[in-house]
Design a protein around this ligand. Sequence first.
Ligand SMILES: [Zn+2]
Length: 326
Amino acid sequence: MNREFKTPAACQPSRREFLEKAGRTSLGLAVATATLAHAQEGARVTQGPFIDVHTHITQKWGKAPELTAEGLLAWMDSRGILQAVVLPLVSPESWDHPLTTDFVLRVTEPYRDRLIPFCSIDPRVPNLSGYQAKVDLLKRYIDAGAKGFGEHKCGVPIDDSGNMELFKACAELRLPVLFHMDNERNMDTPGLPGLARVLEQNPEGVFIGHANGWWASISGDATQKDMHDYPRRPVMPGGAIDALMDRFPNLYGDLSAGSGANAIQRDIEFGRAFVLRRADRLLFGTDYLSPGQEIPQFDLLRELDLPVDAWEKVACGNARKVLGLA
Ligand SMILES: [Zn+2]
């Protein structure tokens, strides 16, 4: 399903705004101008503008090559991504080396017009036990520029008591929570009863679901094994995501990574209808963290051939709303 892309009006930056944003970085205006030209022609998959709710800046300690802030910005320019959320990874279950909130705040600082830092804490830290200790630290992160909480990727059940304190604190402080769910991190069971408890107790919070456990739950027949996997069989209607999104207006889905792409691609007919039905709740994201990484979301979104208003919401409009961007 290819077609000429029409850039949606609502998220279309003015030419000047885009050039200013890109030109203020160390990247040249030439790159930005080329990107904008491509975006306008619809000639490539770099048809933005996008806001990417899921990226990581990494360090040289990891197995994968380092991704610097400048490297991330250059990639964003080549893909029509105006702004990106940069997520720390602090729990031992989350990555091969820690990406602390301090690191994320520091490396994004020169580029805050385009790079949006989140903060993260692990609820098991003994010195942060209790609700108030968590609130106090989160407040300090907010003062330093954090706009959300995550990537929360912690080896406890989603409705663990420490998680519950954290989520309450995030709701109180208006920090949207982006959580990774599978059978090792923020665990739940098919039907997502634990997540339902989180949502029931935090009607003021914003929760953004990510990863295999969350996305397997698009299907009504999701098994515990599926929740740590990439199920390929067709989707059965009646999935927990639809049920919870019906009940809770504060629940969103992050389309990033292999899990997000697979959830939509595994049954493209269901996937397209789901994206249209949930166009107010889905957020474009990539999980870009390594130079040269393949990102399926660009082709996938094109393949879905969405109406302009749905595209605009998913590509950037919902993110603007959730992140409180102008
Ligand atoms: Zn991630």
